[in-house]
Design a binder for this molecule. Structure first.
Ligand SMILES: Cc1cc2nc3c(=O)[nH]c(=O)nc-3n(C[C@H](O)[C@H](O)[C@H](O)COP(=O)(O)OP(=O)(O)OC[C@H]3O[C@@H](n4cnc5c(N)ncnc54)[C@H](O)[C@@H]3O)c2cc1C
Length: 463
């Protein structure tokens, strides 16, 4: 019977549904949900990281157990209601476009983080934040591959690939996933693992294929003394941009290392735009200093580097957690760093933040460089994440599209490649999914025939 409903209803899902009523959802769906689930109006509690092209929703269903997700998705299918899963709220692609007739499935109560007896495996709830995973991992004397920003959804980040400080040692987030509990296109909660097409597709193109209610992943036991990295910030004046970019392009990042560069305005003592480097070294200060000697030798005006406990590795990105405000964002994948291009990017940035009557204040440009050794040792075909061997660096630009074009002009990547989790939403699909696009489309047709998971980059059929 349900399959008949699917066949009749799903091709038009999302287009013609009007007049979503909170009372109706409460009375119809409410009794099917577990006791701690809540059906409510949308409001400030569900505010997103960026208001730019942000989805709105008429009703929010805050699920409280994995089966609640299945029940809610089935309700949406049967009532032709478009829906969106939300965890950390940091997704910023403009392709998310839920409106008042849609239901937001708030996953935040699915935030449990549990370990097996010997701490080599962790099960992370689909709504857990990175901070919650790190806190739990540290208390259990183990490390888990997460992203670098505490307020981001841990699973949300992994479903697009999952960059993070530990990737030199353990690979991408997707490389650490052992199985996933997921509600997919048929509205049924199931477990998928190696050998399942859906498992392959979810690890790189996750939001296109289902709602992951929990992820079982590898974790890496480490005694307390091995939970330290040398972390902090080096501040440079603008005249050092080419030297800094050259040092980043020439440094050999071993498995223990990664480095970010940020452009910030009005933070330096003289209130001028400034360059911040945040080297990261899993080990001691002496080891870190030796590894990053080439950038330290350039001569920072401020150095806050210190041996730092696992639970504070992400402290430097706390300011990026502030929700709300328009944050249009563009990204460019890079295979190489050209110092002359970065000088131009810097000049554009300075003129951008100095103009527009201060409206561009708090804009930034970010360059991320990770050790790719471990990730590169894993087969390209192991997951649907497409850029394992091509994307050496990622640049994020808030909010200037022209700067993206400039960076892409010397990226060393033609055609361009972009990390799906950083993509703006105007990219060609092949730029996002690369050589995996045909297989992803095939799996989409099989696992989500009517494209009910339509809030990411479009892989569905055309009607
Ligand atoms: C400040 C900042 C820092 C970031 N740092 C990193 C980083 O260190 N490493 C990295 O790889 N990426 C990083 N990202 C990108 C981030 O991984 C993506 O934006 C990711 O999609 C955010 O997930 P979320 O749960 O926070 O956001 P949401 O907006 O809640 O979700 C984003 C998308 O993922 C879907 N989604 C979320 N959870 C699930 C789930 N359980 N099952 C299925 N779909 C789900 C949503 O439906 C939506 O389509 C960062 C982004 C920002 C803004």
């Amino acid at each position: 019977m349900l399959s008949l409903v699917f066949a009749l209803v799903l091709p038009i899902l999302g287009s013609f549904v009007l007049g979503l009523s909170l009372d109706d959802v409460r009375s119809e769906l409410g009794p099917q949900l577990s006791g701690s689930a809540v059906v409510s109006e949308n409001g400030r509690d569900f505010a997103r990281w960026s208001d730019y092209h942000a989805p709105t929703a008429g009703v929010v269903v805050t699920v409280a157990c994995e089966q609640d997700v299945a029940v809610t998705v089935q309700y949406c299918i049967e009532h032709e209601i478009q829906f969106l899963a939300q965890a950390g709220t940091h997704g910023f692609t403009t392709t998310i476009d839920l409106d008042d007739d849609g239901i937001l499935i708030n996953l935040r109560q699915l935030n449990s983080v549990t370990f097996n007896d010997d701490k080599t495996e962790v099960t992370v709830g689909g709504g857990a934040l990175i901070s919650e995973v790190i806190e739990a991992a540290s208390s259990n004397n183990t490390l888990v591959a997460t992203g670098n920003c505490n307020c981001v959804g841990a699973v949300g980040a992994i479903l697009g690939g999952g960059y993070g400080s530990l990737m030199g040692l353990y690979g991408f987030g997707v490389d650490n996933v052992l199985s996933l509990n997921v509600v997919s296109g048929d509205g049924v909660l199931k477990t998928v693992t190696f050998g399942d097409d859906l498992f392959w597709a979810l690890r790189g193109a996750g939001p296109n294929f289902g709602i992951v209610t929990s992820a079982r992943m590898k974790s890496y036991p480490r005694e307390p003394s091995k939970q330290y990295a040398w972390v902090g910030a080096l501040t440079f004046t603008g005249d050092k941009i080419e030297a800094v970019a050259k040092a980043i392009s020439e440094i050999t990042l071993t498995a223990e290392m990664n480095i970010y560069m940020f452009f910030l305005d009005a933070r330096a003592p003289d209130k001028k735009p400034t360059i911040i480097l945040t080297p990261w070294y899993y080990g001691t200060e002496a080891e870190g200093r030796a590894a990053f000697a080439s950038v330290i030798d350039i001569g920072p005006t401020l150095n806050t580097m210190a041996e730092t406990h696992y639970t504070h590795w992400n402290d430097g990105s706390e300011s990026a957690c502030i929700k709300g405000g328009r944050k249009p964002s563009y990204a460019a994948g890079l295979a190489e760093i050209v110092p002359e291009t970065w000088k131009q990017v810097w000049d554009e940035y300075v003129s951008w933040v100095s103009s527009n009557d201060g409206r561009a204040r708090n804009s930034t440009v970010i360059l991320e460089a990770y050790s790719m050794a471990k990730a590169g040792s894993i087969a390209d075909s192991s997951s649907s994440f497409p850029w394992r061997s091509r994307l050496k660096f990622n640049a994020l630009i808030f909010p200037c599209k022209r700067t993206r074009s400039l960076l892409q002009s010397t990226s060393g990547l033609y055609p361009p490649a972009t990390y799906v989790n950083f993509a703006h939403g105007d990219e060609d699909l092949s730029e996002i999914y690369g050589h995996n696009l045909p297989r992803l489309r095939e799996i989409k047709a099989k696992e989500d025939e009517y494209n009910i998971f339509d809030q990411s980059f479009y892989l569905g059929p055309s009607y």
